[in-house]
Design a protein around this ligand. Structure first.
Ligand code: GAR
Length: 210
């Protein structure tokens, strides 16, 4: 089983969904640690209650981004994960960091990338008059929310949606999508080559299994 460290900044519902998925005996990955940049992240207690080691690295205790990342990388060096899953980790990783785990970092973003990368994604989808929204799990590359897509799911946008109601609907499909994407990567069915292209040994990138 591939060893996975999950990065969070908040409530950690995606982290918990990954944890639940990895509890299946035949799942090709296990979660061996959780790293947060926020001591207040609600997901920390949830991970600890499941017996997962957690580590907090708050940016404010480091002189700069490089020092903060060096501390995180040192911890990762001890844990030696095969994969890193960003799950609501609200901090951009540097190019150097990403290079250290080339092709081994996954992220979930609550939009149908390449539409609406970055912050305020639900407000922007509503403002654009979108009739569908969704989530994307992708490999992390240097450009924010730009890496190749592993899996996506779609939900409708309703006429009275607010960013909050849309976010909640998208979140419900994030959980299954992230678990399905992790399974594809951990089992080697989907991988990213050094040139950033993706190799798919399976077409089962639809979490509904169609
Ligand atoms: C999720 O909606 C995730 O897609 C989003 O933050 C939320 C975290 O929720 N991530 C981003 O916006 C990344 N830019 P969770 O802590 O309950 O998983």
């Amino acid at each position: 089983r591939k060893r996975v460290v999950v990065f969070i900044s908040g409530g950690g519902s995606n982290m918990m969904a990954l944890l639940a998925a990895t509890e299946a005996a035949d799942f090709p990955a296990e979660i061996v640690g959780v790293i947060s940049d926020k001591a207040s992240a609600g997901g920390l207690a949830k991970a600890e209650a499941k017996g997962i080691p957690t580590f907090v690295f708050e940016r404010k205790f480091y002189a700069g981004k490089a020092e903060h990342e060096a501390a995180v990388l040192a911890k990762l060096g001890e844990i030696a994960p095969d994969l890193i899953c960003l799950a609501g980790y609200m901090r951009l990783l540097s190019a150097d960091f990403i290079r250290s785990y080339e092709g081994r970092i996954l992220n979930i973003h609550p939009s149908l990338l390449p539409l609406f990368p970055g912050l305020h994604t639900h407000q922007r989808a509503i403002d654009a008059g979108m009739k569908v929204a969704g989530c994307t799990v992708h490999f992390v590359t240097e450009g924010m929310d730009e890496g190749p897509v592993i899996a996506q799911s779609v939900v409708p946008v309703l006429i009275d949606d607010t960013p909050e109601t849309l976010a909640a609907r998208v979140l419900t499909v994030e959980h299954q999508t992230y678990a399905a994407a992790l399974k594809l990567v951990a089992s080697g069915k989907v991988s990213m080559r050094g040139d950033g292209s993706v190799e798919r040994l399976s077409s089962e990138t639809d979490p509904a299994g169609r």
